[in-house]
Design a protein around this ligand. Structure first.
Ligand SMILES: Nc1ncnc2c1ncn2[C@@H]1O[C@H](COP(=O)(O)OP(=O)(O)OP(=O)(O)O)[C@@H](O)[C@H]1O
Ligand SMILES: [Mg+2]
Length: 375
């Protein structure tokens, strides 16, 4: 029998740089098939080709054994393919239901958009996923995890037969992950094929049937999840045995560069203490909502601290705002980089120098030549 989906010998270059080399992917109806590979392996690029975001340079895509030409996002949808991208693609100033039904709004007899029906249907989807949201809420008022669930609902609500989820759980709480897995199981039972991209091994064990591994843009292997260990997968991903993988050398000093004492802010940050040493990478783990981002926002002056002390190189600093934080030598790469990390319509030069424009200020004017050489 024909495969639900077959991608064969897919090649893609960007400006002469080869990103995908002869890639393969097979998906059966009712299968959850993981795509696994290190950052930059080409996973998102491969599925963007499937979703019509990019066009392939060469290779074939077959749906139910028939070769199809995917010329754009609409054409992918016509072939029953829906992608939930890694970077969310919702419209902030529209409601949840408007985003779910965009381009396929239910119509009244008079031919206008049937808002009431649309809101009711959207509410039904939200309730079935056990989400405490109203379909008339604006996307801009939702957090990232909630937006992700809306994306997922949008994809699964219109009878797609191939659904791709690109790291769908990266910002979900445990409960939301459970709801997503339930949704995936229901889709499986309806014979939908799912391509699931995730780095989280436990999730791959929990819901995938097979795993295709990619490395540096190349197809490496497709394995059956149940028959494969985590060590096997890591070895396939990195192309080396596990023993060679962790060459960790600790090279941080005893010198404490940042010390935080009894930091508190609102309900989210309570009595946080930690020390960071020079040369050290300090991880913060916890579930969504545990206050990690809020703690960092306090230290970066984005959030008012109610109490506590922050010391940099043993001197207490009074971080009132972002400016004082930057002057104290702190940088922040925020969680939602597209929204709050960069000015996407500006170039690299602008983005790289915007925090330090003062340095280029001379007699009230910016020295753009100097900015150019720094940028
Ligand atoms: N539009 C583009 N133009 C140029 N290069 C690109 C473009 N999109 C992706 N790349 C490059 O292609 C390679 C593969 O990227 P891709 O985003 O597909 O990786 P990925 O496997 O999805 O990684 P991650 O796990 O980080 O999401 C990377 O080297 C990336 O820099
Ligand atoms: Mg990706």
């Amino acid at each position: 029998m024909a495969h639900l989906l077959e991608m064969k010998n897919i090649c893609k270059s960007f400006s002469g740089v080869s990103v995908l080399k002869n890639n393969h992917l097979e998906l059966e109806a009712g299968e959850v098939h993981a795509l696994l590979g290190e950052n930059g392996a080409g996973k998102s690029t491969l599925i963007k080709i499937l979703g019509g975001v990019y066009t392939k340079d060469s290779g074939q895509i077959l749906v139910d054994g028939q070769e199809v030409e995917i010329t754009g996002v609409e054409s992918a949808k016509e072939h029953g393919i829906r992608i939930i991208h890694q970077e969310l693609m919702l419209i902030p100033d529209m409601t949840i239901s408007e985003n779910i039904f965009i381009g396929q709004e239910p119509k009244t007899k008079a031919g206008t958009v049937d808002k009431k029906k649309m809101n009711e249907m959207a509410q039904g989807f939200l309730d079935s996923m056990h989400l405490d949201l109203k379909s008339t809420q604006f996307i801009r008022d939702l957090n990232i995890a909630q937006q992700q669930m809306v994306e997922i609902i949008r994809a699964i609500s219109f009878g797609a037969k191939i659904i791709v989820m690109d790291e769908p759980t990266s910002s979900l709480t445990e409960n939301e992950v459970d709801a997503l897995f339930e949704a995936i199981k229901a889709l499986k039972a309806k014979n939908v094929g799912i391509i699931y991209i995730s780095h989280r091994m436990a999730e791959l064990d929990a819901i995938t049937d097979r795993i295709t591994v990619m490395r540096d843009g190349e197809y490496i292997d497709t394995v059956v999840t149940k028959e494969t260990t985590h060590d096997d997968l890591v070895a396939l991903m990195v192309g080396r045995k596990l023993g060679d993988l962790y060459q960790k050398h600790e090279n941080y000093s005893d010198d404490i560069i940042l010390k935080v004492e009894k930091l508190a802010s609102g309900k989210e940050v309570k009595n946080v203490d930690f020390e960071l040493r020079r040369g050290e990478v300090l991880g913060f783990s916890g579930l969504v909502g545990s206050g990690r981002s809020e703690t960092m926002e306090c230290i970066f002056g984005l959030r008012h601290k109610d109490s506590g002390h922050i010391y940099i190189e043993n001197k207490e600093v009074d971080i009132k705002n972002v400016k004082t934080a930057i002057n104290a030598g702190i940088g922040l790469v925020p969680e939602d980089r597209k929204q709050s990390g960069i000015y996407p319509i500006q170039g690299i030069r602008f983005n790289a120098t915007i925090e330090i424009l003062d340095k280029f200020l001379k007699k009230g004017r910016y020295n753009s030549l100097q900015i150019k050489s720094q940028g």
